[in-house]
Design a protein around this ligand. Sequence first.
Ligand SMILES: Cc1cc2nc3c(=O)[nH]c(=O)nc-3n(C[C@H](O)[C@H](O)[C@H](O)COP(=O)(O)OP(=O)(O)OC[C@H]3O[C@@H](n4cnc5c(N)ncnc54)[C@H](O)[C@@H]3O)c2cc1C
Ligand SMILES: *[C@@H]1O[C@H](CO)[C@@H](O)[C@H](O)[C@H]1NC(C)=O
Ligand SMILES: *[C@@H]1O[C@H](CO)[C@@H](O)[C@H](O)[C@H]1NC(C)=O
Ligand SMILES: *[C@@H]1O[C@H](CO)[C@@H](O)[C@H](O)[C@H]1NC(C)=O
Ligand SMILES: *[C@@H]1O[C@H](CO)[C@@H](O)[C@H](O)[C@H]1NC(C)=O
Ligand SMILES: *[C@@H]1O[C@H](CO)[C@@H](O)[C@H](O)[C@H]1NC(C)=O
Ligand SMILES: *[C@@H]1O[C@H](CO)[C@@H](O)[C@H](O)[C@H]1NC(C)=O
Length: 496
Amino acid sequence: MSIKLAVATAFVAFLSALAASALNTEGSLEDSLDANSACSRIQATISSASTVYWPGTVHYLEDIEHWASSSTQNSTCSVEPGTAQDVGTILQILGSTNTSFAVKGGGHATNLGFSSTTGVHISMIKFSEVTYDPDSSTATIGAGNVWDSVYEVLEEQGVMVVGGRVTGVGVAGFTLGGGYSWLTNQHGLTVDTVVAFELVLPNGTVTTVTQDSNPDLMFALKGGYNNFGIVTTFTLQTFPQGQVWGGLLTFTENVIPQVTAAAANFAANVTDPKAAIITTYNFLLGEPGVSQILFYDGDTQPDGIFDEFLAISYFTKDIQTRSFSSLVQASPSNITTGTRGIFNTVPILEYSPELLDTIVNETTYWGTQLSWDSGSFISYDVEPFRPNLLSYGSTNTAAYPPSRAQPLLPLNLYYAYSLPASDEAFWDAIQQSAENIKAKAVSLGQDVANAPMYGNYAIFSTPLESIFGDQLGRLQSIKQQYDPDNVMGLAGGWKI
Ligand SMILES: Cc1cc2nc3c(=O)[nH]c(=O)nc-3n(C[C@H](O)[C@H](O)[C@H](O)COP(=O)(O)OP(=O)(O)OC[C@H]3O[C@@H](n4cnc5c(N)ncnc54)[C@H](O)[C@@H]3O)c2cc1C
Ligand SMILES: *[C@@H]1O[C@H](CO)[C@@H](O)[C@H](O)[C@H]1NC(C)=O
Ligand SMILES: *[C@@H]1O[C@H](CO)[C@@H](O)[C@H](O)[C@H]1NC(C)=O
Ligand SMILES: *[C@@H]1O[C@H](CO)[C@@H](O)[C@H](O)[C@H]1NC(C)=O
Ligand SMILES: *[C@@H]1O[C@H](CO)[C@@H](O)[C@H](O)[C@H]1NC(C)=O
Ligand SMILES: *[C@@H]1O[C@H](CO)[C@@H](O)[C@H](O)[C@H]1NC(C)=O
Ligand SMILES: *[C@@H]1O[C@H](CO)[C@@H](O)[C@H](O)[C@H]1NC(C)=O
């Protein structure tokens, strides 16, 4: 076959693929051609403050990258808007061309498609502002930040915001979903501390949302994720912050019963709002173990609170007086960065010893069951807070949580693994395990059978009602008002 003929044959094959794709209901080739023209239009329209990147460039790869590699998709292009006006221009083009897109903050969502797309990927990375205003005790934070960068700036000023507990987590998705922090026992969830959002509405209009200017959107954005537009900056309350005490202890299998007893006692008895812990049961390299983070908002620990943990013989110990940032970075949360992964959650009323024993059993059971994937890492983050954790805001002022009647505590299930072919097995297992734990909690008398789930931890198959509860109707009518054409429906996530 001559070269010319080969080229002609290939071209005919391409044309027939194109024709077939036009008939194909999935329309993926057609979609990506459309996304391509949307990318070009965006490139031609945005200001010089913003940039479109194409596959094969370093910026593109960084833009689409996620904490869990299973959350990364190859988009048609990526765009880094540099101004809120350009975000508006981009939304107008995406809406008018009906092009699928994604918005990524810190890229920590573990549900595929929540901040990834095969269409136009919007990375907020250029919104990197962190400004402290001592007069109003607020910080204005660009939507492209991770909490680490925010803390670095604020602790220099002797203040802090209610943000993430471990390294690398994005401000945007965290804050738009709720936000459980080391400071939650003292100041509530992150959504309880938001003073203003700069929001680009789905029709491209840039607006500032405050309680006075727009109580509906204020309510909706405090837990309503990406349904109401794209947030460019968050203004959060700040609180005085000095050194903190704590860090990471790790324990091996033989002392798990002692750790469980200490965690249950802490959960049941701690009254000091400056104290907090996360007890993570995990299964790694064929054995269960515990990663225990201790936090105290003061430069020394007060007598008693942590004694039980400190008396257990540890495997590793990194406990000290340190900066807030240093404590946040002491956790091993990023050892699995870049592996596949999935989260799930169970709402808990009480981390009793019996319930913790069940969680330990689930750790060992699923750790063993799923060990055929050589990268398998199974973990359960036990996150006790004080019973008044939801008293810093009221129902009707924030989309999350849908009710503040019960002091629900989020349990975070996290499974990591290496093979794409393992996705379904790990998704099934993490759902089964959450059901087992919930059933146990119910059998212990906890009224959680229909309790709301934290959307930033919940697996993609979770019904919308389980996340937004009785507030779903109000959220839908706000959505109808501000996004009648459902532009934000072109992006994935919890879709109201
Ligand atoms: C290691 C780790 C630790 C965590 N620790 C905590 C914790 O301590 N407390 C807690 O509450 N949660 C925690 N989480 C959960 C965390 O809140 C979610 O993963 C959250 O999605 C992270 O936000 P992000 O910006 O990194 O995510 P992304 O994946 O970038 O975004 C998540 C969602 O928000 C949307 N979004 C992002 N930016 C914008 C924007 N500017 N405007 C509109 N929508 C936007 C996205 O479209 C997507 O739907 C943790 C997660 C991980 C992986
Ligand atoms: C993205 O594209 C790269 C390069 O073509 C490929 O290796 C990778 O598997 C693709 N990833 C996904 C999630 O499709
Ligand atoms: C937009 O695209 C979706 C599929 O991605 C399709 O279902 C919908 O009908 C389209 N809407 C319009 C107005 O073309
Ligand atoms: C903590 O509370 C439990 C249940 O109320 C109680 O049995 C236990 O003795 C308490 N532990 C400590 C250390 O106070
Ligand atoms: C993990 O976090 C630490 C502290 O922020 C950082 O120094 C390190 O580079 C991170 N590692 C990975 C693999 O991301
Ligand atoms: C441990 O968990 C497995 C899976 O949920 C269950 O089948 C088993 O009965 C549990 N064992 C105990 C002792 O609870
Ligand atoms: C965009 O939507 C807002 C809120 O609904 C509205 O006030 C504004 O007039 C709209 N802008 C345009 C250009 O239609």
